[in-house]
Design a protein around this ligand. Sequence first.
Ligand code: SF4
Length: 477
Amino acid sequence: MKQIPVMAEPDHPREECGVLGISTPHGDGIAEMAFFGLFALQHRGQEAAGIAVSDGQRARLHKDEGLVSNIFTPEAMAPLSGYHAIGHTRYSTTGSNAHRNIQPFLVETMHGPLAVAHNGNIVNASALREELLHRGFGLTATSDTEVIALMLAAAGGRTWQDRLERTIPAWKGAFSLVLLAADEVIAVRDPWGFRPLSVGRLPHGGWTVASETCALATLGCADIDEVQPGEIVTLRGSEIARHQALTPAPRSARCTFEFIYFSRPDSVWDGQNVHHVRQRLGVELARESHVDADVVIPVPDSSIPAAIGYSAESGIPHNDGLIKNRYIGRTFIEPTQDMRERGVALKFNALSENLAGRRVVMIDDSLVRGTTAGPLVQMVRDAGATEVHLRITCPPITHACHFGVDMGHDSDLMAARLSVPEIAEHIGADSLAFISYDGMMRAVSASEGYCNACFTGDYPIPVHEAQAKLSFEGAIA
Ligand code: SF4
């Protein structure tokens, strides 16, 4: 039976994916470590997940739709024994969420098994896919990850590292990749550094790479370091080899949205704790757009640190005003029409005890299609707030992302169509303010080295070859 999301599309950019790779000399509990590492990355994708394990010769794979904790039962984990593992948790960015697109992809090649898990989006995947079809390769999936796997399998070279070095210059776009071969795990990050990837030493021998440092902390890792843009890192039991395969792009392009919304607050991105940066976003926002009010409330969970920062800077006390059902996800039970119409009520309840008779500043991290801001403002008013002022910790999103984040098309973006006063009127807020670009970058403590294309339209690499999310679908029967 089909599982149903319990609320309408949340109005956030949709991340992407989480990747993980582990190599140990002893193999003890490899599948369990991969499970808990992926579990820590669940926020990066809730549609599907998979783990592939190699015992030195043979690779085994289990993947399915759903949450990590539902997919990996003791029975599913039992066959996953070995020394090396990779894992993936998915939200579909290229290709639909069909079963054939769930990662890791495992292919048998003339050089042995190869499994691939990918976070990001290759902008020229469409042209690369055409080339593979032209060369007679049969493609079974509709995601760019299959293109990556088949290009590597077909490349010349003595080792997987050689093949990677020959192949990655052809890939334009965002890729934080983990590969599983028979006897090693290999991680590689694109030369722009769009998506995060870090490596750490496991407490009982071996190494782990993961999209976010929170997964490395969960596994008890020490010596945590970023995989550098353009670097290939090979994990083989207790050994690690690092090789700068491609020169980092002159203009690096870390995704600013990792700070704003995607990463877990306990993760470190570009050497900075995400929670602290979010607090500073709130501080900057308070400096730029102060309003007289009685209470500051976050839209939980990602805006909690920013509300703390806004409150500290403005002197307005912060409190909870919206309570989120943290177990929201998918269910087999379809909501009634009435419940569907109440939309956000399935996810949030207002705390009227903290809102009634008060002028409220509500902090949210982003406004994409504008589908939930209006109902949330109304919910806070219905709970008795006398004024509702919405403050957003990123600038208006006016351009779509082509590097692995689903925001829809330019035409879906509310700020691309309406001015700030028009948006405020549309959602029914007494006032609305977005943080400025400069204020955001002050909070990030950087003036360059970041991708901000969704705010500026200034894409760090040309995107004219970018394919729409589902553009491969027609090519598969
Ligand atoms: S366009 Fe926006 S979401 Fe996409 S990588 Fe750049 S900053 Fe991140």
